[in-house]
Design a protein around this ligand. Structure first.
Ligand code: CU
Length: 136
């Protein structure tokens, strides 16, 4: 009985770890970019708040964390025609990290995250960001 209890508590602990940061909205985004993924690739932030983004590039090429405007998504590829639909972006060189801030959109909903480096969106470098109504 005691053994079973500790197995359960380990499982519960793992559950907490795996959900940590990914559950409720956070005013921080910690993202690692590789060739060609965002880790994690799902984010949740409060509307209208100042968000601190810590972006690390563990890949071999330049990556960008691009947040699209509300309701706007990329077609088959990311191109110059998408520039005007960008809400915010940060570009990180390979092996580098950057910490920057931006003000979250005020409109709740699901927003698209893409990498703007040529060919990366098509390679599957995409994520999603949920804007959650701020309770403050
Ligand atoms: Cu990329």
């Amino acid at each position: 009985m005691k053994a079973r209890l500790s197995v359960l508590s380990v499982l519960f602990g793992l559950l907490l770890v795996s959900c940590g940061g990914g559950s409720g909205p956070s005013d921080k985004i910690n993202v690692t970019m590789t060739d060609f993924h965002f880790t994690p690739d799902v984010f949740s932030i409060p509307a209208g708040q100042t968000i601190t983004v810590n972006a690390r590039n563990d890949g071999a090429v330049v990556h960008e964390f691009v947040l699209m405007k509300s309701g706007l998504t990329i077609g088959e590829a990311f191109g110059p025609e998408d520039d005007e639909n960008i809400y915010w972006e940060v570009e990180v060189d390979p092996g580098q990290s950057k910490t920057e801030t931006f003000t979250a959109p005020t409109e709740p909903g699901d927003y698209q995250i893409v990498c703007g480096t040529e060919g990366h969106f098509a390679a599957g470098m995409v994520g999603s960001l949920k804007i959650v109504e701020s309770k403050k």
